[in-house]
Design a binder for this molecule. Structure first.
Ligand code: CO
Length: 460
């Protein structure tokens, strides 16, 4: 792996530096691999993350991107390979249910999550392909992942949730017990607080999947946490809840009881079906707007207390180092953020003319009230249209028509939420937090469009 001195950031230890170097290298390899769809046609706007490129990059990291048997399969992940007639009207199509009854996507669609390359395959995260996304829902199979000790496989019939500590009556719920309680379904994003962490000092990753792919939106269904707490009877003085996962990391975070009583959900379903295993099947805690790692997956225990528990993930990790040497702790909410997903890094605009600039905006503190778009690096701004539904703590799709005149342009988006908070520039953010901060980078993203149509990641 070639040394990349862009990662001499003082806030990064050797492990983080190695991860970042690996990420840059693997992305470079993917982008350099000639794709099947490299041409002057419209699809040429989306080069790089092609099937061949992904397979090639999988090989370079020991095949770890694909499960055994997949790299040799003809169809992309999630698809089955069928014969393609030159005239599809010339013969009946295939019959229903030959895929077993669950369904699969088109064999011509190949977007996949992209594994953040780490030193071993045991600890990692994967990123959502935002550039090819539509609307605001992330397909469950493309929801980003961050695991602290792999993906647990849990039989829901043997899984339970224990609520104890400062309660009148400790209670143990089976999954069936939980599913009998009144449920809610709500659309919310989850964003890893490490999303965009490579971009503090310099533009580093080339694609929006790399820079912003650790955020995803789903419809989540489950029981309001407040219902379960009321059943258990929270004692006076209770202020915090320890949430514990049943994975090998026994992931734990302390949650303020106000949040638990507000909009927290014990979620067992995602986008209309049971949670995916990598999203915490059979049960996860959903804390809308809070940093991703607090949304404890494979949830098995809630302990009520009058103080935070000071777990590993809120002391040695997920704190934020300020320039004066102090650290911020319990930085829960994800501040307002937005990113243009089209056009975005590594794309190629084939010719001057009409394009629709589009992207997503979100805020962990409320609802997006406005998104402004600049095509001149922030000198002037136009208000984008927000597509309904515009929901609290949820991705919001924005759109703005644009006639590209073929000259250099710098595209930016700036989100404003209903608290009045305005998404900052990277300079404004660094001026307050310095560059040792690592998490919670929510600055304005800039994409440079060269006269030849090439789109690249820049700081502007
Ligand atoms: Co935080």
């Amino acid at each position: 792996m070639p040394k990349d001195d862009r990662f001499s950031l003082p806030g990064y230890g050797p492990a983080e530096r190695h991860m970042a170097e690996s990420l840059v290298e693997i992305e470079r390899q993917i982008l350099e691999e000639p794709g099947e769809d490299d041409c002057d046609c419209r699809e040429g706007m989306f080069p790089g993350m092609t099937r061949r490129g992904l397979l090639a990059s999988g090989a370079t990291i020991g095949g770890a991107m694909f499960a055994a048997g997949y790299a040799g399969a003809d169809a992309p992940p999630g698809a089955l390979e069928y014969d393609v007639l030159s005239d599809p009207t010339s013969a009946p199509g295939r019959t229903i249910l030959i895929d077993g009854g669950y369904g699969s996507r088109s064999q011509f669609e190949n977007e996949v999550r992209w594994r953040y390359p780490t030193a071993s395959i045991d600890s990692s995260w994967s990123m959502t392909p935002l550039a090819s996304g539509h609307g605001i829902i992330t397909p469950s199979g493309l929801h980003f992942e961050r695991h602290h000790s792999g993906i647990a496989t849990i039989d829901p019939r043997r899984h339970s949730l224990t609520v104890h500590g400062m309660v009148e009556e400790p209670i143990r719920f089976t999954m069936d017990d939980l599913k009998r309680l009144p449920a809610v379904s709500r659309m919310h994003f989850i964003e890893c607080s490490g999303n965009t962490l490579t971009e503090w000092e310099e533009p580093t990753l080339k694609t929006v999947q790399g820079t912003h792919g650790l955020t995803s939106t789903s419809e989540w269904t489950g029981v309001p946490l407040s219902t379960v707490l009321e059943m258990a009877g929270v004692q006076d003085g209770a202020a915090w809840i320890l949430a514990e996962g049943a994975d090998a990391a026994v992931m734990t975070r302390s949650v303020p009881i106000d949040k638990a009583m507000d909009d927290a959900i014990l979620a067992y379903a995602q986008n209309g079906e049971a949670l995916r295993p990598e999203q915490g099947h059979p049960l996860r805690l959903l804390l809308p707007g809070f940093e991703g790692n607090m949304n404890i997956k494979w949830l098995r225990r809630l302990e009520i207390s009058d103080r935070p528990f000071m777990t590993r993930e809120e002391t040695s990790k997920y704190t934020d180092l300020m320039p004066d040497g102090t650290a911020r702790q319990f930085t829960f909410e994800m501040d307002a953020k937005s990113v243009i997903t089209f056009p975005s890094g590594a794309m190629m605009l084939p010719r001057p003319g009409y394009y629709e600039i589009t992207g997503i905006a979100w805020s962990g503190r409320g609802t997006i009230s406005r998104v402004e778009v600049s095509t001149d690096g922030g000198k002037s701004w136009q208000e984008a249209s927000l597509e309904e539904p515009v929901l609290p703590k949820c991705h919001t799709r924005f759109r703005l028509p644009w006639i590209w005149n073929g000259e250099e342009a710098v595209l930016q988006s700036r989100a404003v939420d209903d608290t009045g908070y305005v998404q900052p520039t990277i300079e404004e953010l660094v001026a307050v937090r310095g560059t040792d901060y690592v998490y919670h980078l929510n600055a304005i993203q800039s994409w440079h469009v060269a006269p030849g149509g090439e789109v690249t990641n820049v700081h502007a």
